[in-house]
Design a protein around this ligand. Structure first.
Ligand code: HEC
Length: 394
């Protein structure tokens, strides 16, 4: 525990360093001792809840900052462990930062079945969009040290019955990438990486989750050029955008105006030394709870990874379903409601659950039938099956 607190402090300190410029700027506005930013970092969980979009951007600056001081070459999150590094019989923290090792977009396999020409479908997204998850050292160590990377390990964890709770400094990032030479893509406006296939990919969408609060913080970013970027649910950014609320257009799949950056966010970017390309990414929204204070579900979904279900998506609710049974197998395919209950899925096709989780997903007559993996979907999704060397995400 002490080790975790220490790591957590280190992460917070790094965030403070990364964002010192914003802090200095706000100091002038608030000279009553300690800047609002300092407070955010000291009382992180309260601030994560009260200043959600600011928290999301500080995390963005932290994970995208150059890892090796070579400008846009490689960001910190790209040096972390991928599913490929984690979910095999011999998980290994990457010594040398590895090339992007993507797998086919997960929810898209479902979607292909679900609705090919879905309303709101991203024109750039086809079979070509690829996904990659990266996790920091604490998250990786927790999975490995608790044997949560194989289905036998999961069965043992179920038998032991000890709840899975990740350390406070856990961070996971999921990126969706498109070929940098796709038609209509101006690669100079994107963060670029090279895949293990030697091809260049452009980052089109990014999710960041952290354990700053018990049910994790949830943030999603879209490239400014993503068509339909604010469809259905709008875009909401009270810290980094000069226009904090963008209402959805009624015509789907249009381009939205540029997300111009506030002075406070520009200062954060400058201090973190972010490459110019990152200016073209927009915070679509932050989610820190299942419902608002009136009990209405809070929705958040990204045009690319949640394509076809943005109108029902809730990061937190779908991720609460990341769970496995006593056999170590996942208890739902990918968290979506399938078959689609008429009341919840407006298009009549499988959709995301939203609002408060349903106890029936986890209990049968007060007996546990599904053990949650603390919102981490990769565990039940990617765990190595018995008798195999590599999991389905490896
Ligand atoms: C309908 C279900 C669903 C919704 C909605 C959803 N996800 Fe996921 N998510 C998944 C599944 C399944 C995976 C595991 C497969 C993979 O590696 O992508 C995943 C993986 C992830 C990962 C990698 C870490 C992990 O859990 O394994 C992150 C980070 C993530 N999602 C963030 C988000 C954010 C942020 C949102 C909301 C904007 C969101 N997700 C919405 C189902 C969902």
């Amino acid at each position: 525990m002490i080790k975790h607190i220490h790591r957590f402090r280190t992460m917070m300190l790094t965030l403070l360093l990364v964002t010192g410029a914003a802090s200095a700027q706000q100091d002038t506005a608030d000279r009553s001792g300690g800047s609002p930013l300092d407070d955010l970092l000291r009382t992180n969980h309260a601030s994560a809840l009260n200043e959600q979009d600011k928290t999301s951007w500080l995390l963005f600056a932290y994970v995208t900052a150059p890892a090796d001081g070579r400008g846009r070459q490689r960001s910190l999150f790209e040096t972390w462990a991928s599913d490929h590094d984690t979910f095999n019989r011999h998980p290994q923290w990457p010594g040398e930062p590895s090339g992007m090792h993507p797998h086919a977009a997960v929810l898209q396999a479902e979607e292909a079945r679900r609705m090919d020409a879905a309303p709101g479908a991203h024109p750039l997204v086809s079979a070509q969009s690829l996904e990659e998850v990266r996790r920091n050292r604490s998250t990786f160590d927790f999975i490995v040290n608790n044997g949560l990377y194989t289905q036998e390990g999961l069965a043992a964890a179920f038998a032991a019955g000890k709840p899975i709770v990740f350390p406070l400094d856990s961070i996971e990032v999921k990126g969706d990438w498109i070929p940098a030479d796709s038609p209509g893509v101006d690669a100079t406006r994107y963060h670029i990486t090279v895949g293990t296939d030697g091809k260049r990919y452009a980052l089109a969408s990014m999710h960041i989750t952290t354990k700053l609060i018990p049910n994790w913080t949830w943030a999603t970013f879209e490239h400014e050029d993503n068509a339909g970027r604010c469809d259905y649910i709008g875009c909401h950014d009270s810290f980094g955008a000069t226009l904090p609320q963008v209402a959805p257009f009624s015509a789907l799949g249009q381009r939205y105006p540029a997300c111009l950056k506030s002075p406070a966010l520009r200062a954060v970017f400058a201090k973190a030394g972010l490459d110019q390309a990152w200016q073209h990414y927009c915070l679509k929204g932050s989610q820190m709870d299942f419902t608002d204070s009136t009990g209405q579900p809070i929705l958040l979904g990204n045009t690319i990874p949640e394509k076809g279900m943005v109108n029902t998506a809730s990061c937190m609710t779908c991720h609460s379903r990341a769970a496995f049974g006593k056999d170590g197998l996942k208890t739902s395919e990918d968290g979506s409601l399938d078959p689609a209950p008429v009341a919840s899925c407006p298009t009549g096709t499988p959709c995301s659950p939203n609002g408060a989780p349903n106890p029936d997903w986890f209990w049968l007559h007060n007996v546990p039938v599904a053990m949650q993996t603390d919102f981490v979907w990769a565990i039940p999704y990617c765990a190595v099956p018995t008798g195999q060397e590599v999991g389905p995400c490896g």
